[in-house]
Design a protein around this ligand. Sequence first.
Ligand SMILES: NC(=O)c1ccc[n+]([C@@H]2O[C@H](COP(=O)([O-])OP(=O)(O)OC[C@H]3O[C@@H](n4cnc5c(N)ncnc54)[C@H](O)[C@@H]3O)[C@@H](O)[C@H]2O)c1
Length: 237
Amino acid sequence: MASNLKSAKKLMVFLGKSMIAFLETMIFIIIPRPRKNVAGEIVLITGSGSGLGRFLALKFAHLGSVLVLWDINEEGNEDTCRMVREAGAPRVYAYTCDCSQKENVYRVAEQVKKEVGDVSILINNAGIVTGKSFLDCPDELLEKAFDVNFKAHLWTYKSFLPAMIANEHGHLVCISSLAGLTGINKLADYCASKFAAFGFAESVFIETMAQKLKGIKTTIVCPFLMKTGMFEGCSTV
Ligand SMILES: NC(=O)c1ccc[n+]([C@@H]2O[C@H](COP(=O)([O-])OP(=O)(O)OC[C@H]3O[C@@H](n4cnc5c(N)ncnc54)[C@H](O)[C@@H]3O)[C@@H](O)[C@H]2O)c1
């Protein structure tokens, strides 16, 4: 009987909190939240040499952020760098970095700290897709998907989170995917790596709450299909 009452109480609390969250969402749809001012923030975007990374770089340039662009593709990244400069970013720095290589990330991160300063917004966006059935996918490609889509996030957080904590100012952004929320045919490695990225980013968020860290924001983005070329020819039907 006592345990039934306890369960009922927990259910009521859950329903009450859900109702408050729902009302809050409705209110913020009608009265939009004030936008965060990112002018002057040092924004690092991985995978900035094309697609979503380039798009985000241009958006931040328009908003007056200092941009740090990382990509394994030097040419694409230089193109983004030029576009961002033309779009009016106060300062932009491009680095060739293979985010799947821990030592590479740590080395380039040190360079950024010396040459640019403390990164205050970190956007883990670099990603790859193999698009093969699990058994047809060679081991090295399965591992690569994890190295780029998930493990790179560990190394970048390790590099830049300590200064954010010390400065009580920072924002960690994880570009996961809809595939980080559900399984998809021929995307076993991609989905697993995106689930991992999601779980990691959410756990770091919980840690920041549990440790009562001040000024650290976190965001997880789970995009649906975007026309960047990554999922060329894919459709939902
Ligand atoms: N395109 C979509 O429909 C879609 C949907 C959901 C999520 N996403 C995610 O959004 C992010 C951006 O994807 P996109 O569509 O712009 O793809 P994209 O292929 O256009 O861009 C990915 C970028 O990451 C870079 N990159 C790849 N491996 C790297 C490495 N080892 N080190 C550094 N950079 C590396 C590439 O050179 C490229 O510039 C990815 O994480 C992707 O998984 C994309």
